[in-house]
Design a protein around this ligand. Sequence first.
Ligand SMILES: C[S@@+](CC[C@H](N)C(=O)[O-])C[C@H]1O[C@@H](n2cnc3c(N)ncnc32)[C@H](O)[C@@H]1O
Length: 208
Amino acid sequence: MIPEEIERYCEAHSSQELSFLASLNRETHLTQVYPRMISGPMQGTLLRFICRMIKPEKVLEIGTFTGYSAINLALGSAKMVHTIEINPELENIIRRYLKEAGIENHVTLHIGEAMKIIPTLNECWDLVFIDADKPNYLNYYNLVFPMVRQGGWILADNALWDGKVLTADTSDKDTLGIIEYNEFVQKDPRVENLLLPFRDGLMIARKI
Ligand SMILES: C[S@@+](CC[C@H](N)C(=O)[O-])C[C@H]1O[C@@H](n2cnc3c(N)ncnc32)[C@H](O)[C@@H]1O
């Protein structure tokens, strides 16, 4: 992990958080039990820049939370972002900020269980961002893989899981889920991949 003062320095030398994203970040911290789940300005900007670079037309996000990453994915030139969130209590805040960001017609929000919703989406994805329940990461990967176009991208957040990937604590299902995911992707001959040590780790895989 990057030392905190280096992280602060990087933040101080990166463009300021957009005002509606700063409001969403603040409201998330004031109202949610686990605000740490939010992407935040650095990762949000990275996702937005990745989208600006690769110009995906169809993006799928698994795990919306309060919508911070979905907004960044959508702002980064994607034609349509589909995002899936299991918690119906989050719908109000997500929709409010999609509107505030002016992208409510650019994002389709699905409330429900991702494993059930994904097979109903008849799309060819240019980019998939996996950021939901960790034990299901590999299930999501296997489920979306045939729907990702050749040359398309699968990103998975928290690939370092606070460094717990090194301890391999077999009693922790989340850690096991991440380890299983990283090992599968690493051995998968259908992709080239990079585990980027950014924030909590971002596994980037490109379907070849
Ligand atoms: C880490 S948060 C997502 C953070 C968000 N992508 C961001 O960057 O701000 C994970 C989210 O996944 C949702 N989630 C967990 N299990 C899910 C499932 N089976 N289907 C859909 N969403 C799920 C949780 O409710 C939570 O809001």
